[in-house]
Design a protein around this ligand. Structure first.
Ligand code: ADP
Ligand code: MG
Length: 143
């Protein structure tokens, strides 16, 4: 498993990292995002969507577990499982069609559904470190 640490110093940099990954993402790729509230998961996601060519505005799906964007280079499935009570809810929405389909999945708060994650998912953890400033983020990528 390859590990890589990327440091960013602004939301724009985190967005640009997501955009780079989105521009090369392949069908069936799954990105998992772990990190506290306000760390930049959605900023990263918006960059990834842009890289995929999604034009629609991407925000955290508040009332649904998954939001589907069809207007990019590949279908984009944006999950935010923060409010999930039980992994049963993933079964109910038919998550396997998304995880094992031809689109690109990104899952915010993926640690809450750890047992469902395929082993080839790209795992991204974002952390703050206030010693390096308010806008500093350390981004660990494991693939
Ligand atoms: P999350 O989805 O993890 O809860 P958001 O992406 O919604 O977090 O919000 C992250 C917030 O942190 C935004 O207000 C963003 O402007 C700010 N921010 C400051 N520095 C960074 C950085 N380096 N990377 C990403 N976001 C940052
Ligand atoms: Mg978010």
């Amino acid at each position: 498993m390859a590990k890589r640490i990327i440091e960013t110093y602004s939301p724009e940099e985190t967005f640009a990292l997501g955009e780079r990954l989105g521009s090369t993402a392949r069908p069936g790729q799954i990105y998992t995002l772990i990190g506290d509230l306000g760390v930049g998961k959605t900023v990263f996601t918006q960059g990834l969507a842009k890289g995929l060519g999604v034009k629609e505005a991407v925000n955290s799906p508040t009332f649904t577990i998954v939001q589907v964007y069809e207007d990019g280079r590949l279908p984009f499935y944006h999950f935010d499982v923060y409010r999930i009570g039980d992994v049963e809810e993933m079964e109910e929405i038919g998550y396997e069609d998304y995880f094992y389909g031809d689109g690109v999945c990104l899952i915010e708060w993926a640690n809450l559904i750890e047992e469902l994650l395929p082993s080839d998912a790209i795992r991204i953890t974002i952390e703050k470190d206030l010693e390096h400033g308010f806008d500093y983020r350390r981004i660990l990528m494991e693939e």
